[in-house]
Design a protein around this ligand. Structure first.
Ligand code: HMG
Ligand code: MG
Length: 308
């Protein structure tokens, strides 16, 4: 049943990350044609921003080493108007992505030194220096740039991460020229008050809410509560992964992202438009779970598929 609540946005853009954040963490490498079908099904379910893959070093993330083969297979989806952002850590990644016609990229920084080192083989500031020419070149070519920021709330090695530390790197990413910022709770430790405190401080320091998306992992079951807190603050871009696939190969305590179905169930219940057909999306996650050989962790996928 749809029962609106006060002071929430009328529409939310879901940034679907299942094909990237989800599949990068699978033990088995999913065949390219299965990935292509996954993205096609996600688009058919009404998702309009689908993160497709990463142009990172294939040895670092072998699960996505087929980016060159996959991306061209998605051309029809892209021509139909679906945005297909890809992760790009450096100029080599940008060259690879641009050669295939990518028009939306994402660089990915860290609020903590330990994760920057483990994920990018760099300090935080060295990573920003690595992103600088990537963002500059992308902007020259009118390529849209998202700046991910990981470990915004807690880090498995460093513990809780102070808000001012996150804000410093967030501002640096925006100063490089990123069009949007995605706040990553990489290991899923955030709670709603912390989310609102970070958003308020970012606003205070000049980063507008309209440029901010939220990226919650659901390790402690807080992702939906954190999302609602962000919506109450005015955020309208929410990252989620179909079926709750996901994690991060360089942060072992990270589990899946907020499941897109769980998000859509809440948003539609609140009368917030997403453009997503929940039935088609659930069927997609059930299909993908069969390919992966294990059930989806999404409560909504389980509830809806048991009814069938
Ligand atoms: P490095 O070893 O320092 O690389 O890795 P390098 O710059 O020293 O280069 C070494 C060799 O790698 C060179 O080849 C380069 O050409 C090659 P050589 O000259 O020796 O033959 N190389 C590449 N090849 C293909 N594509 C490239 C590329 N770059 C260099 N792009 C590097 C540095 C950044 C490459 C590496 O650390 C890397 O690929 N890291 C990616 C890690 C990753 O993808 N993590 C998961 C995504 S982040 C995430 O999941 C969090 C998020 O979801 C938000 C959240 O939840 O918080 C976004
Ligand atoms: Mg993530």
């Amino acid at each position: 049943m749809e029962v609106p609540a006060q002071d929430l946005p009328p529409r939310v853009r879901i940034h679907e990350v299942g094909a990237r954040d989800g599949l990068q963490n699978e033990k088995t490498v999913v065949p390219t044609e299965v990935k292509a079908e996954f993205v096609h099904r996600l688009a058919a379910a009404g998702l309009t921003t689908i993160e497709a893959t990463s142009f990172v070093h294939p040895k670092w993330v072998p699960q996505l080493a087929d980016a060159e083969q996959l991306f061209p297979q998605l051309e029809d989806v892209r021509s139909a108007g679906v945005a297909l952002p890809v992760l790009v850590p450096n100029e080599r990644g940008l060259d690879r992505a641009v050669a295939l016609g990518a028009r939306r990229i994402a660089v990915f920084g860290s609020a903590t030194e330990t994760f920057a080192r483990r994920n990018l083989n760099r300090t935080v500031d060295e990573s920003l220096a690595m992103f600088e020419p990537v963002v500059a070149r992308a902007k020259d070519d009118k390529v849209h740039v998202r700046g991910y920021l990981s470990m915004c709330f807690g880090d498995p090695w460093e513990g809780p991460v102070p808000v001012h530390q996150v804000v410093r790197v967030a501002k640096a990413l925006m100063d490089l020229g990123c069009d949007e910022l995605s706040l990553g709770d990489t290991i899923g430790v955030a709670t709603p008050g912390h989310v609102q405190a970070l958003l308020a401080q970012l606003n205070e320091e000049g980063v507008p809410t309209s440029a901010i998306g939220v990226h919650f992992h659901d390790t402690y079951g807080q992702a939906l509560a954190n999302t609602l807190a962000a919506l109450q603050h005015g955020v309208t871009t929410v990252d989620a992964s179909a079926g709750g696939l996901g994690g991060c190969p360089y942060a072992k305590s990270a589990t899946g992202n907020l499941a897109t179905e769980d998000l859509v169930w809440m948003l539609h219940g609140l009368g917030i438009e997403t453009g997503v057909d929940l039935g088609l999306l659930t069927a997609t996650s059930v299909w993908m779970a069969e390919r992966l050989g294990r059930p989806s962790p999404s409560r909504t996928v389980r509830a809806l598929s048991h009814k069938e």
